[in-house]
Design a protein around this ligand. Sequence first.
Ligand code: SAM
Length: 268
Amino acid sequence: MRSINEYTNKVICGDCIEIMQKMPEESIDLTVTSPPYDELRNYNGYHFDFENIARNLFRVTKKGGVVVWVVGDKIKKGNKSLTSFRQALFFQLAGFNVHDVMIYRKKNTPFMRSNAYTNGFEFMFVLSKGAPKTFNPLKTKTVRQGQEMLPFNKKADGINKKTLGELKPEKTRTNIWEYAVGLGGSTSDRIAFKHPAIFPEKLAEDHILSWTNQGEIVFDPMCGSGTTCKMALKNKRLYIGCDISDRYVELTKKRLEILSPQYLTRGI
Ligand SMILES: C[S@@+](CC[C@H](N)C(=O)[O-])C[C@H]1O[C@@H](n2cnc3c(N)ncnc32)[C@H](O)[C@@H]1O
């Protein structure tokens, strides 16, 4: 078994199962990842052993650590696969809590169906090993601000007494997060689109900020174009990326190099 320091701030080419098996137990603070969806794309024909990936993710995640699993379903002959649900249920069997089922809503989506509403979202399953050890809630502005007569002290007489109070300027976001996709939405890095299925940088960043603190370890076992690694580096976390395709590993390394050298604390 190797030390986790041998993996941090590195992008490794290989099957993530083999790579995770060599990692020490309970060494990862957060995983943000997205698997191949129902073999929608063939990624050079690589085999995808979901159950083994789920078990190994549980093994390498720290107590209180979190895995964010971003996934959608294929439609075959008018029938949604629901692979996403099956995977979420298996994660529970593997030992994770399904801490939340969040929605990644797409502001713009080109894919239309003639006999159904346009699909505008994917799931983000937030899986935790016990209760999450970190939660830095992201906030949003409240619709109404300023002062208002607010009810207080409702007693047995049922009368709401009112007093002048300050409305809260912000509140914790809901679990539906919306992002534009495509160039200028998901990312402004043109080269990232050499990968066919990237998720938005902001999505990865928002989870990294929510579930980790600076200096902690963020992992993407199927890093594709390197979105999670890039956002981890940008936000002063340590990253570990791997992908079975050497082309995508090279792409991730290029995207990391584009980031200003000030972020590059160690070689990749
Ligand atoms: C949906 S893509 C990830 C895209 C990524 N989130 C991004 O923003 O660029 C899934 C990736 O999983 C990789 N992959 C598939 N099976 C794998 C395995 N067993 N081990 C490591 N990577 C794998 C594919 O090569 C592909 O790049």
